[in-house]
Design a protein around this ligand. Structure first.
Ligand code: 1DF
Ligand code: MN
Length: 351
């Protein structure tokens, strides 16, 4: 974050960063108040936003300032890193820590703030729509409003008060997302209170590991609950190299099949396809937080070049030099263009 060298835009492809965060100042203020009130009873939230709300260290201070900016500061950072375009979403945990009515209206407010910024900078920004899973029956309404605001997808920050979207009470969200053809970015949150103990006592609850465990688990619950059999045209996106699930595909297929055949769990029903088929056919992944050539190539190999997108995770992992590393990957220009530009243009309907 102290780098000042400016990285040129690449004439061979656009660099589109697909998991970039913002938060209206009002939301940041509410996170701080919620943390300071100690009323939520969610150790993950207190760990995450206790840190980002109050720490005076350089990185959290940088992040607080940049999250709230949707103009000159952000665009200067994009220019310095050679990022042409950001797909921007409300930061984690979104509105998913607030009481239902507040969550619904706060999602609306932050969608308006983001849509205005996209209007000011249409060539630089695209927005995702925040919704309140606390009110699944209102999701369709807000999603239609977001479509009119020209948003291109949905952001959901994993669990909501410890509940997962695999629970059928949330499926109205999937129904609306599929009908409106809006992809759902399932973004990390800290593990819920009944899971976080061993993580937080070792300082592993956040982006270092807990995020990935929680979000990979969440996507797997969605798959094994049969969501994609019921909504076959639904697409979801997960960051952080698919939250490690691509690496697990072989074993997931083997053990799911074995468990179903033996009728081991009442809750684990047969699916129309293998677990890995849903990962390949209904899911896109991004390399947010993982600017690492072997991991990018492995994901492309097992999911397909048409399934893996670039993301920086600005402002949390603002590392302009990673762009040069990704540019230098030993990979054909055609595949690099898919990674940086082509897949994102398709998923978010940018052209
Ligand atoms: C962090 C990372 C925080 C990611 C985030 O939102 C976030 C972090 C609060 O480093 O604490 O979106 N991330 O996606 O890796
Ligand atoms: Mn992120």
């Amino acid at each position: 974050m102290t780098e000042t060298t400016k990285i040129a835009l690449n004439p061979n492809y656009k660099r589109i960063a697909t998991e970039e965060a913002f938060a209206p100042q009002a939301v940041l203020d509410m996170y701080r108040k919620l943390y300071e009130s100690h009323t939520l009873g969610d150790p993950g939230f207190d760990s995450l936003w206790g840190f980002y709300s109050t720490s005076k260290a350089a990185r959290p201070s940088f992040i607080r300032e940049k999250l709230a900016d949707l103009d000159a500061l952000r665009i200067a950072d994009m220019d310095a890193a050679g990022i042409d375009h950001q797909i921007i979403a409300l930061t984690s945990p979104g509105v998913q820590v607030f009481e239902r009515d507040i969550a619904v209206s706060l999602a609306r407010e932050s969608n308006d703030v983001l849509a205005d910024a996209v209007k000011r900078h249409p060539t630089r920004f695209t927005g995702l729509c925040a919704i309140a899973p606390q009110a699944p029956e209102l999701a369709a309404q807000e999603l239609e409003r977001c479509l009119k605001l020209d948003m291109r997808g949905i952001i959901i920050h994993s669990h909501t008060f410890g509940e997962y979207l695999s629970d059928q009470k949330f499926w109205a969200i999937f129904e609306a997302a599929e009908a409106l053809q809006l992809p759902i970015y399932l973004h990390p949150n800290t593990p819920p209170k009944n899971m976080i103990g061993p993580f937080v006592e070792a300082g592993l609850d956040g982006a270092i590991f807990g995020f990935g465990v929680e979000t990979g688990l969440h996507l797997l619950r969605i798959i094994t609950a049969g969501v994609f059999d019921r909504f076959p045209r639904l697409t979801m996106i997960v960051g952080h190299m698919g939250e490690a699930l691509p690496y697990w595909m072989y074993r997931l297929d083997y053990m799911h099949e074995a468990g179903v055949r033996a009728a081991r769990y009442e809750c684990m029903k047969p699916l129309k396809k293998k677990v890995s088929d849903y990962l390949r056919e209904n899911v896109y992944i991004t390399n947010s937080g993982v600017a690492w050539e072997p991991a990018v190539k492995f994901a492309q190999q097992v999911l397909g070049v048409d399934r893996v997108m670039y993301a920086m995770d600005y402002p949390y992992q603002y590392t302009p030099r990673e762009v040069l590393d990704m540019d230098a990957m030993d990979m054909s220009l055609e595949h690099k263009r898919e990674f940086y530009q082509g897949v994102a243009e398709k998923v978010f309907k940018l052209r």
